[in-house]
Design a protein around this ligand. Sequence first.
Ligand code: TRP
Length: 439
Amino acid sequence: MEEERERWGSKFGFIMAAMGSAVGLGNIWMFSYRCGRCGGAAFLIPYLIILFLVGIIGLMVEWTLGRKNKAGVLDSLINCGFPGGKYLGWIPIINVFLIFSFYAVIEGWCMKYMVMSLSGELMAIDPGPYFGNFVSSYEPLIWLAIGIIATVTINSFGVRKGIERACKFMMPLLLVLVVILMIRSLTLPGAEAGIAFFIKPDLSKITWDVWLNAVGQIFFSLSLVGSTMVVYGSYLRSKDDIPGSALIVALGNTAIALMCGFVIFPAVFSFGLDPASGPSLAFITLSSIFQQMVGGRFFAFLFFLLLFIAALSSDVSMMEPVTEVFVSHFKLGRKKVTLLLGFLAFLVGIPCALLGWFLDLLASVVTTMILAPIGGIIVAVALAWFVGVKHAREEVNEGASIKMGKWWEPYVKYIYPAIILVILILGILSYFGIFEATW
Ligand code: TRP
């Protein structure tokens, strides 16, 4: 049995796959609109604190549970005797599947804009009304289908030949794109105002809301919902370095988010636009910037290609935990499973693509603020209480370059789940309108 389980081919391959999962629309699109709405640099302070307090630990917790059990979340819960694990294990899996469905819709928009910049059409549209008409037409369904087919194709080749190979190609390309775009943006006239907005914090802007946005951002951005990173950890070998990789992936992910900030804010300020325009920032605000910029058509293509690559490598990581359950738990063939899941994701994606409110519902509170922390807590409790913190620490230190000391045990047992519990409670309160927050 065990020999049959796939493994990452190399340490580099694993890091690229994990970065592929982490770096996504969350870094480029969501990070910039949240940061814009939360006062720019002021957002970065809670963001960096939360990154160290929960982000890096969260990666370690999820990977350790997966590697210890050599299984995805469902079988891990069953193995370690988690009460009701057989049922509860489905929560993070269903959640990531729902995230996949709406995420693929937005990925479709990116592809559409990529093609429009290639053909030059983007340069002639009126960005606001155009985007409104596009998302309320049937066209997004076609792009959704293309995005899902791309994901299914990669995943059907398996962990090493599919996911790892694709990410080893996509992630270095992504880095090159970010660097080129950053240089273009930083050399625009008037870029300084955007740089200042992004690096000079106004401390009075750090409200509760900003903290919550930071926590939500870190969990989503590091794909910590209790399924993706568990399954990615399950393909690790005991000689692989979990803490070291967690540090690299968390910092690398943040570095890309910051670089994307240096792409977006200098450009937004240079053209006198609003950095707090919310989710439409990428598709409306930036489109109008590309229209006015020297070489805009070319840079628009690079930017939407960047978004597309980032989204595809994340999509792949959302599909894998679902695929893995059917492959290892139910012993079905991978090709068949990926095809079927792709079809199901398309069905769930249809209302997301056609109904704005349905997309918002899935994309906001339910999946990212309620189901995600539930998955996070389940995994943390399974590792700390059912595998046991002692065994967990032995496992995390196996192959580690930086060993976790004794402090790690109480931290993972009490503090980490408690922090997620707070987010969950606030998420539920804000869903029912008892607590006011903008996510
Ligand atoms: N981290 C990705 C982003 O920032 C999104 C993502 C990929 C994700 N895989 C996930 C989110 C699994 C939740 C669960 O865009």
